[in-house]
Design a binder for this molecule. Structure first.
Ligand code: GLA
Length: 538
């Protein structure tokens, strides 16, 4: 086609003026305004508790209020800036995991999309995907319709709690549970199809056969309660029983998630006041594992005062169903993890979280704090485990050495091994790390003792863990930014005489009879050894 040069110049001119208008700050400032009410859209609207944000402007600038329908908890929005189409704000306190920086932009005058950057705004700092929400301008009639449609059956008042007692063990989780959890990769976008594909991949990859058997759906599956108060899944999970059957038919186990408060951390219906119905429904669907999170319970109760009774309530409800279900208590902070270490097992728990979300923040930073957030060590043992959270192995942002260090640390801690990556697409390096049977054997050792730091020298550490057959697992960690030589001297580690050494990552035996082991450990790397008394003298 022949191009008319005059027309070309004309169109270029229009395009330039349009671009200038779009990037001219004063124009853009006027055209984009946060004033008014907005609906926060969720990935799965059904069962979602409507979230409304209202902004207003006064002499101090723009501020906002974030509420739900029914209206029972308000959060203030501050630090609001609108520059051109770009928006930044901070929401509320950190108490309910939403106290964080949000950044985003207007898509049109009536729609803006914000990314949740996490507490301290560190989330996503290494380019990993983060969750986002769409805010749509709401007219009065839309707000009225939302109000009318909001769930009427949330119990948002304090309820009486059971007297504290020690629940009998449920006989489950004699070694740390192993499986997969949806949260770290999918957040609340998880759906039926993906869960089935994950179940297929657990089998096809060989992960099931090395012990990863739980397929746990985290937050995001919940729908509304029916007329009898029975919680139904949302439209992304059309047949929960069918899904559980599919998972079971693959020789795997099925897990679900709920929260102790009325609303989950992604604004889905929670179990507060419905513990018995929900435990009964989980059992009916065929759940083998239930994670119960603290989300929104803090709006009604104090964790320090009532945490044990609240988790005991669900522990009792799960026991009463008669179906064996591993009970995972999710505290969400280091301090609460130390408290749950004292009473978690008594409240019926098989594992309890010892830290904030592994998924939030810089990957290495998040992993590195877990060297020090190791819970109440004496609480660990068959039937009850400190839980440093879902694995980050295989997520974007960790090097191969860091992934190996992650797996070494979790195995030394005797931590639950719940995969958080998209196991449908794993690199060979990641699957090798996750499927190293010798390393898994350290995690799953029948003695169930949590390893401890025996030596700390600057940024290098040596940890030891006694094993059921009398041998000792020894991990050499280099948390520093430079490669470092680490010497493990047996007598410093409480071992007597010459030892036989096997390197579990290299699958190599070393000289019998050595009195120490010395090697260079790369930055952020680790070495995991199994050390046993040498049968012959040096
Ligand atoms: C909390 C938990 C996470 C995950 C999310 C789901 O943040 O600590 O593990 O379950 O809630 O909303």
């Amino acid at each position: 086609m022949e191009t008319n040069p005059r027309a070309l110049i004309w169109w270029r001119g229009i395009a330039t003026i349009a671009a200038m208008l779009a990037f001219c700050p004063s124009q853009a400032d006027e055209s984009y305004s946060l004033d008014g009410a907005w609906i926060v859209e969720s990935v799965s609207p059904q069962g979602y508790i409507p979230q409304i944000v209202e902004f207003s402007k006064d002499t101090n600038g723009i501020s906002g209020i974030w509420t739900s329908r029914p209206k029972w908890k308000d959060q203030k929005i501050g630090g609001v800036t609108v520059r051109g189409a770009s928006i930044t704000f901070r929401v509320g306190s950190t108490a309910d995991f939403r106290g964080a920086l949000w950044q985003g932009r207007f898509v049109s005058r009536d729609v803006f999309v914000m990314r949740w950057m996490g507490e301290n705004g560190v989330f996503g700092s290494d380019g990993v995907p983060i969750w986002s929400r769409t805010f749509r301008r709401a007219s009065r009639s839309t707000l009225a319709a939302l109000e009318a449609d909001a769930p009427k059956d949330l119990i948002t008042r304090k309820l009486p709690l059971p007297a504290l007692r020690e629940l009998a063990s449920n006989g489950l989780a004699l070694t740390p549970p192993m499986g997969w959890n949806s949260w770290n990769t999918f957040q609340d976008t998880i759906d039926d199809k993906t869960v089935r594909e994950i179940a297929d991949a657990l089998v096809a990859s060989g992960l099931r056969d090395v012990g990863y058997v739980y397929v746990n759906i985290d937050d995001g599956w919940q729908g509304r309660r029916d007329a009898h108060g029975i919680l139904q899944p949302n439209s992304k999970f059309p047949d929960m029983r069918g899904l559980a059957d599919y998972v079971h038919a693959k020789g795997l186990k099925f897990g679900l998630y709920t929260v102790a408060g009325p609303i989950s951390c992604v604004d889905k219906v929670g179990s507060h006041g419905y513990e018995e119905q929900d435990a009964g429904q989980f059992a009916k669907w065929g759940a083998d594992f239930v994670k119960v999170d603290w989300c929104s319970a803090g709006e009604l109760y104090s964790f320090d005062v009532d945490g044990r009774a609240i988790f005991q309530k669900m522990g009792e409800a799960l026991r009463e169903t008669g179906r064996p279900m591993v009970y995972s208590i999710c505290t969400g902070s280091r301090d609460w993890g130390l408290k749950a270490g004292v009473w978690g097992h008594k409240a019926g728990g098989n594992l309890w979280r010892t830290s904030e979300d592994s998924f939030v923040g810089n990957r290495w930073g998040s992993l590195s704090v877990r060297f020090d957030f190791d819970g109440v060590q004496s609480a660990n043992g068959p039937g009850g485990w400190n839980d440093p959270d879902i694995l980050l192995v295989g997520l974007q942002g960790l090097t191969v050495e860091e992934n190996r260090t992650h797996m070494t640390l979790w195995s030394m801690l005797a931590a639950p091994l719940l995969l958080g990556n998209d196991i449908r697409r794993m690199s060979d390096a990641v699957s090798e790390i996750l499927m190293n049977r010798e390393v898994i054997a350290i995690d799953q050792d029948a003695l169930g003792k949590q390893g401890r730091r025996a030596v700390k020298n600057g940024e290098t550490e040596i940890w030891t863990k006694p094993l059921a057959d009398g041998s000792t697992a020894i991990a050499l960690f280099n948390r520093g930014a430079m490669d470092a030589e680490i010497s493990a001297n047996w007598s410093d580690l409480g071992l007597h005489g010459p030892q036989r050494v096997r390197d579990l990552w290299r699958h190599q035996e070393y000289d019998e009879g050595a009195l120490e082991y010395r090697t260079v450990v790369p930055t952020h790397g680790s070495v995991l050894l199994r050390v046993a008394k040498a049968s012959k003298a040096p």
